[in-house]
Design a protein around this ligand. Structure first.
Ligand code: NAP
Length: 487
């Protein structure tokens, strides 16, 4: 990683969140002599998204060997796309190996940060107040659940919960279960439970493109082979090559890659959905990859199971014991799962963040969340974000992204540590120019081809990195210091 210095420093660093990027930050802080750092974690466990999301069938849609810290390869991943609990275990194991827990204050959420007299005042929900030189917000992208405002939802008398707050005390066997939504989450839930419940109803507003990628189990022999770093490198390099191809595809809606991908999804639909009426209901009317692509070898099997029911008429109202749709039909339910996604714009929220002269982050981000290179905000000195606004979200592995951003951020922190300045934040000019260049580039992307998705901000502009993966690495190598105000 770029930016690591030898020796030790007393600079106080507060990291918010003990998920993938918070654990990473703590490890790299220790390695680089920032021993005076702390992670505040709102929950009683680490793991971020993999702690919160425990729904049946959860797995990562990025291949496991590509969703791994570069410095902690894991030859023992059980399958191509690892299940959620295994990923959580991986983060726990890495955190233990690097003794990260001693730096975590669990059950303490940072609810207030203000830049006052050249340092940050940080307050937590436990009533603690402290002063910090640097803040790293490692708060994740999709951590605030979005419950769609569906008419009558509060009237439902059965069990109802958001997909990211799964109630494992509810036994689904013999129940009539409904799921609202057809994002990655709902599709994985469908594959996992449709055949296990008495009746399964999927409430679809928009059909999805489904890529039938198998989730192969690794054999014991594979795992032994992967302990040989050369063999593992071959697999990892192939994944990186695939990331390159995919990320080159999504940024150019006219690319052959996107056409091939759509053709393969279409073949999957035509060949594997047998009832022509159901096939038409499942046929998307927008370009493949415009929404996040679904990788599933078995969703079509699951939705064609005799217990399954795909409902495409809109939801009129939720009743005490089911849902009435716009066509007047009533669908009786014992359990209702809300899989309507997250608030991807709610970075760092609900924390109050006040920059220089009391400027509130909510006001700074009035039109939409933005940051220079996704990591630094004008007038919010020494405040850095990982996987922040407009980071690559639909392009490649969030772990690689966080590692590269942290290397970049640590070079900015070095400016303080080396005594070149005490405050550093992106200039407004650099941030505006970056956003102008970024927004222009989004016009060519597949995300702008006319669908609704969580990739789009409230102005309809993709909140993502619109250039190649290689360009991301290139630009993250070293900050252009003229883009930063240093006091
Ligand atoms: P999502 O992709 O935002 O999907 C939300 C779903 O809810 C959509 O189908 C949406 O329909 C539907 N919806 C929203 N409001 C509605 C309303 N008022 N009435 C009916 N339906 C409504 O959320 P998600 O599935 O939780 O996934 C979010 C992201 O999390 C994924 O894209 C992925 O990045 C990540 N994730 C990854 C994995 C994985 O790695 N395998 C698994 C789960 C999640 P419309 O399409 O019509 O808007």
């Amino acid at each position: 990683m770029e930016g690591l210095l030898d020796g030790a420093t007393d600079l106080r660093v507060v990291i918010i969140g003990a998920g993938m990027s918070g654990i990473l930050s703590s490890i790299k802080m220790t390695e680089s002599g920032y021993h005076n750092h702390i992670i505040y974690e709102k929950s009683d466990q680490l793991g971020g998204t993999w702690r919160d999301n425990t729904y049946p069938g959860i797995s990562c849609d990025v291949p496991a060997h590509g969703y791994t810290y570069s410095f902690e390869p894991n030859p023992n991943w059980s399958q191509t796309f690892a299940p959620g609990p295994e990923i959580k275990e991986y983060f726990e194991r890495v955190a233990d190996k690097y003794d990260v827990r001693k730096n975590i204050r669990f059950n303490e959420s940072v609810n207030y940060c203000a830049f006052e007299d050249g340092r940050w005042t940080v307050r937590t929900t436990a009533g603690r107040e402290e002063r910090a030189d640097i803040i790293i917000a490692a708060t994740g992208v999709l951590h605030i659940p979005y419950t769609a405002p569906i008419n009558g939802l509060e009237r439902f008398q059965g069990s109802s919960f958001h997909s990211s707050r799964w109630d494992h005390s509810v036994d689904l066997v013999g129940k009539k279960v409904g799921v609202i939504g057809t994002g990655s989450t709902a599709i994985q839930i469908t594959s996992a439970i449709a055949h296990k419940v008495e009746k399964f109803s999927l409430f679809q507003r928009t059909a999805q493109w489904v890529m039938p990628i198998e989730n192969e189990m690794y054999s014991d022999e594979d795992k032994v082979n992967f302990t040989n770093s050369k063999k593992l490198d071959e697999v990892v390099n192939q994944i990186h090559q695939d990331f390159d191809n995919f990320s080159n595809g999504v940024i150019d809606s006219e690319s052959a890659m996107m056409a091939e991908l759509e053709a393969e999804c279409l073949r999957n639909l035509e060949e594997n959905v047998h009832d022509p009426v159901l096939r038409e209901k499942l046929r998307p009317d927008y370009r493949a990859g415009c929404k996040r692509l679904i990788f599933s070898p078995d969703f079509y099997d699951a939705i064609q199971h005799e217990n399954s029911n795909l409902i495409t008429s809109g939801i009129r109202t939720v009743e005490e014991n089911g849902i009435t749709t716009e066509d007047g039909e009533f669908h009786e339910l014992d359990v209702l799962v809300i899989a309507t996604g997250f608030r991807p714009d709610a970075f760092i929220r609900p924390t109050t963040v006040l920059g220089r002269n009391g400027i509130n982050l909510d006001d700074a981000w009035d039109s939409y969340p933005s940051a220079y290179m996704s990591v630094s905000i004008p007038e919010f000195p020494n405040f850095f974000m990982l996987n922040g606004p407009n980071s690559p979200v639909g392009n490649f592995s969030l772990i690689q992204i966080a590692e590269n951003q942290l290397g970049y951020v640590m070079q900015l922190m070095n400016e303080i540590r080396l005594g070149n300045c005490t405050q550093i934040s992106a200039t407004s000019d650099a941030t505006e120019a970056f956003e102008e260049r970024r927004i222009e580039a989004t016009k060519k992307t597949i995300w702008m081809t006319g669908c609704k998705s969580w990739y789009l901000d409230k102005n309809g502009i993709p909140s993502s990195w619109p250039w190649s993966r290689q360009q991301f690495f290139e630009e993250m190598k070293e900050p252009h210091m003229e883009a930063f105000d240093r006091l």
